[in-house]
Design a protein around this ligand. Structure first.
Ligand SMILES: [Zn+2]
Length: 123
């Protein structure tokens, strides 16, 4: 698969996840965050004057490929910061059920992160 294929697949799966959350967790409001974060190298190659290191995502993050997103979950108007909250587990398990390469950050202390794993295993 090409990166384009991965990005299209990831986007399609993300829509499925959002529809699932709207249907099964109507109490929650979801905002997308950090979907595509350009790597410093890509910024430099694209002619950006300043290429700051990405201090949030590790080198090789699927965020740099446009194949990861962080979902901000709000219930009763309050951001759910607790990664152990049941909604994150349900979200993650549902996400992983959508595709064999769908990876959930709850397995590595990043409960609001969903991605499509690269063929080399990057998530
Ligand atoms: Zn993330």
């Amino acid at each position: 698969m090409t990166l384009r294929d991965d990005r299209v697949l990831f986007s399609s799966l993300l829509v499925d996840l959002l529809v699932y959350l709207r249907e099964w967790h109507p109490e929650a409001e979801i905002a997308l965050d950090e979907i595509t974060v350009k790597s410093p190298r890509k910024m430099w190659l694209s002619g950006a004057k300043v290429a700051l290191p990405d201090a949030v995502h590790r080198m090789g993050s699927r965020h740099h490929d446009g194949c990861a997103a962080d979902l901000l979950v709000y219930i009763d108007g309050k951001y759910i910061a607790d990664g152990e909250h049941a909604i994150y587990r349900d979200m993650g398990l549902h996400w992983e059920s959508l595709h064999d390469r769908a990876a959930w950050g709850g397995h590595f202390s990043d409960a609001n992160h969903v991605s499509l794993a690269a063929e080399d295993g990057r998530k």
